[in-house]
Design a protein around this ligand. Structure first.
Ligand code: 7TS
Length: 424
């Protein structure tokens, strides 16, 4: 491969139609073309991690074979290439979520690090003893534990917006909850355990009336629907690359400039400083103030390519396709009988959480894997959701646009085997 030539990335590929068929799109994912235990792979664990299309893989290979160097510090050609590609990736993710400025997009290692960054950077200066952080009953542990740690350190309180049996947040008492002690509301856009799509605009409107900022965990939303952080009215919005067809080890924290400027750095080190003397340190401007040390350059560039890829297909088209697949999955599971589905919110993304009376969800997962069907079984890092529903775990099939009707048929056939084996 020659590296003194132009990039062979998506920009340079022959123009593909953005309305190419879903079967054509599926073929762009090499990992989906394999067999597992002699069955074609039906990958239905997209909420844990999605798969990468060839475009993103090619972009990573190209970076590693033609551009790799450190960013923001070298005058030589490779460093400039790496820096340009890294900076462009930031522009791409900013435009993907309609951020007003790419400077407000901080590269993190993922959603978890983004939330921890806010818990430190915002929590240290703005949260005091007796203050309150509000979270929702639907949160992933990543949006619970950092707040528990902060509250313990500060002597602050954690309050929880409750949910109903369908997995919808109950907002009846939300205004009363938002008293003057509340310093932040933290809520996911889409629940990973149940698929509920939360009414973020309503939550931000009501919190902003009391001048309370809102952090939105968008890990399960950004890969599945158009996200416009400005229209949602979020103050902080976090997501992960590996759930949106990008690599692991990369994610984004978007926050309003005002907060980023007032927040304290999360980590100290190279790149986040303007000058360092024994008397003290002057921090760099945003976004660099929050990106200490050598970042995950390749992964960030891969994430930029993933944003391009999804954007080219169109997030509205993706959302429509996944809604079709969700309806089909839900109907087929109901028709099978003996399956109890959890999460029946009126607004739902492509997550189907269920159990079968008398069968442990892990056994469901193992039997399905024997048939080449990948799902997740467990508490999905959302133990409070499981506690609320009075169950220890669920089996969960989570969809992506590259799934097809055959994947759903295979899931249903696998569940039929489970029922036969257990005689239920
Ligand atoms: N928030 C939500 C809503 C999530 O679904 C996840 C991961 C995270 C935060 C953490 O993301 P990370 O990239 O920092 O790990 N959810 C899942 C899941 O549902 N199954 O495996 C990981």
């Amino acid at each position: 491969m020659r590296h003194d030539m132009e990039l062979p990335t998506s920009e340079k590929r022959p123009v593909r139609s953005s309305d190419r068929s879903w079967e054509e799109i599926r073929k762009e994912f090499p990992i989906l073309q394999q067999t597992i235990r002699e069955h074609p792979l039906a990958y239905l664990d997209n909420a844990a991690s999605s798969q990468m299309p060839q475009d993103v893989i090619d972009r990573l290979v190209w970076y590693h074979s033609g551009e790799h160097s450190n960013v923001h510090r070298g005058v030589h050609t490779l460093s400039q290439r790496a820096t340009n590609a890294y900076d462009q990736a930031r522009e791409k993710v900013a435009s993907f979520i309609n951020a007003p400025s790419s400077k407000e997009c901080i590269f993190t290692s993922g959603t978890t690090e983004g939330i921890n960054l806010v818990a430190h950077g915002y929590g240290r200066p703005f949260v005091d003893e007796g203050d309150t952080i509000v979270v929702s009953a639907l949160e992933h542990h990543s949006n619970i534990v950092p707040w528990q740690i902060l509250c313990e350190e500060k002597g602050a309180n954690l309050e929880v917006i409750p949910m109903n049996d369908a997995g919808e947040l109950i907002l009846d008492d939300f205004d009363e909850m938002l008293d003057s002690s509340v310093k932040l509301v933290c809520v996911n856009h889409v629940s990973n355990a149940l698929g509920t799509i939360n009414p973020i605009k309503e939550i931000t409107d009501r919190a902003h009336k009391k001048e309370i900022p809102v952090l939105v965990d968008g890990a399960q939303a950004v890969p599945h629907m158009p996200v416009n952080v400005q229209a949602l009215g979020a103050d902080f919005y976090v997501f992960s690359g590996h759930k949106m067809c990008g690599p692991t080890g990369i994610g984004v924290l978007w926050a309003k400039r005002r907060w980023l400027e007032e927040m304290q750095p999360f980590q100290g080190g190279g790149d986040m400083i303007l000058s360092v003397t024994w008397e003290g340190t002057t921090y760099n401007d945003i976004p660099f103030k929050f990106e200490a040390g050598t970042p995950s350059i390749a992964a960030a560039i891969g994430l930029g390519a993933a944003a391009d890829y999804l954007d080219h297909i169109g997030m509205s088209r993706i959302a429509e396709r996944e809604a079709e697949l969700l309806t089909r999955t839900t109907e087929r599971l109901k028709a099978l009988g003996g399956i109890r589905c959890f999460g029946t919110a009126s607004e739902k993304a492509g997550v189907v959480s269920f159990d079968i009376d008398g069968v442990h969800p892990h056994d469901i997962g193992t039997i399905l894997d024997n048939e080449g069907v990948a799902i997740r079984a467990g508490h999905h890092c959302a133990q409070p959701v499981m506690d609320r529903l009075g169950i220890p775990a669920t089996a969960r099939a989570s969809l992506a646009f590259y799934n097809n009707e055959a994947d759903i048929d295979r899931l249903v056939a696998g569940l039929y085997s489970v029922k036969e084996i257990f005689g239920v």
